[in-house]
Design a protein around this ligand. Structure first.
Ligand SMILES: Nc1ncnc2c1ncn2[C@@H]1O[C@H](COP(=O)(O)OP(=O)(O)OP(=O)(O)O)[C@@H](O)[C@H]1O
Ligand SMILES: [Mg+2]
Length: 328
């Protein structure tokens, strides 16, 4: 397999009112292979979106990517690119779709023109060819009667249809990597399933790598090849999806699973993880999950590194090294 993206020790910081900076993304490392889907999972505020924005160098100022971070796209060092070279990567090599298509679509232009624009931004084709390509893309993302829909304005489409248009725009550039940040959160469950099915199909036919960002473990199973679980700015567990689902090992990941409703088996009470993710700047020293963790480990006041926890499975928890913990 060939590696299309490598992220190492990624750190994103923001200044805070009392002086100094906080680091909502704090030493994140992962890689993406061609055609692979990696799910980045975690509760609200753990740093998923900032991680994905950093990959496009779109961290809003005064936020910044700290020096020492590495983002490599193939053999390109993304953090050294400027101006035109950076714009050529954005959209063209890494595409992105967001949670809310209405904020990304331009309300005053017809969707066909917006897709054709996307095609022409990246390929030297005529208007006619760009429009044909837009028509083909609308059909590919499963929009019924695509020829008629070319002339629709965004407000004339349903939420699910708008999200399909966003996918068509992202695909117009034929990117190697697609970042999908909570692509279905705003949609109802049926439409959600349809959009995810479209993404699966397109990924298979285009061979893209996908970074799927979600707080919903339910959409990860059967879709992602690997899962990275984030907590308080760090990856705390990473494994191939079947392995993670069979043996969730970090107490935080176990907590996430315990709070997912199940349709099969005995109906149990959902056990949410107590408390909430503290904001950056309020993280405890040592293990950041310590105040919420159901177990007490003698080393919890030291920050655990990512430790081996089985086959191709790593977790940031001392339990991987030493089981001498007590249950609270
Ligand atoms: N522009 C910004 N300025 C200051 N802090 C920010 C900014 N954007 C994000 N943050 C902070 O960084 C942390 C991580 O934010 P991020 O948006 O990456 O979380 P997330 O995991 O995507 O959450 P969600 O599931 O709610 O989308 C949060 O505490 C957030 O408040
Ligand atoms: Mg987010």
């Amino acid at each position: 397999m060939s590696r299309v993206l490598e992220v190492a020790d990624l750190r994103v910081s923001f200044p805070i009112a009392v002086g100094g900076r906080v680091q909502p993304v704090d030493g994140v490392s992962f890689s993406l292979q061609r055609g692979e889907t990696l799910a980045l999972v975690g509760e609200s505020g753990c740093g998923k979106s900032l991680t994905s924005l950093a990959l496009l160098r779109l961290v809003p100022p005064p936020g910044r990517i700290e020096s020492g971070s590495t983002i490599r796209l193939g053999d390109i060092d993304l953090l050294s690119l400027q101006g035109e070279a950076l714009r050529r990567v954005r959209g063209r090599r890494i595409g992105m779709i967001f949670q809310d298509p209405m904020t990304s679509l331009n309300p005053v232009f017809r969707v066909g023109d917006q897709i054709a624009e996307g095609v022409r931004a990246h390929f030297p084709v005529s208007r006619r060819e760009a429009r044909d390509r837009a028509l083909h893309l609308l059909a590919e993302v499963g929009i019924p009667d695509p020829a008629a829909r070319l002339d629709s304005y965004p407000h004339q489409l349903s939420g699910g249809m708008r999200q399909r248009v966003m996918i068509a725009i992202a695909l117009a550039a034929e990117p190697e990597i697609l970042i999908a940040d909570e692509p279905t959160t705003a949609l109802d469950v049926t439409v959600q399933a349809q959009i995810l099915e479209v993404l699966d199909r397109l990924q298979a036919s285009h061979g893209m790598a996908v970074l799927l960002i979600t707080h919903d473990l339910g959409i990860v199973a059967g879709r992602a090849d690997r899962v990275a679980v984030m907590y308080a700015g760090q990856i705390v567990e990473e494994a191939p999806t079947p392995e993670l689902f069979a043996h969730p090992s970090h107490p935080y990941t176990q907590g996430l699973f315990a709070s997912v409703p199940r349709l099969t088996g005995p109906v149990g009470r959902l056990t949410p993880i107590k408390g909430s993710v503290p904001p950056p700047g309020a993280w405890p020293g040592g293990c950041r999950f310590r105040p919420r963790c159901p177990i007490v480990h003698p080393r919890s006041e030291e920050m655990p590194p990512l430790l081996d926890a089985g086959a191709d499975h790593r977790m940031r928890c001392w339990l991987a090294a030493d089981q001498s913990a007590t249950v609270r």
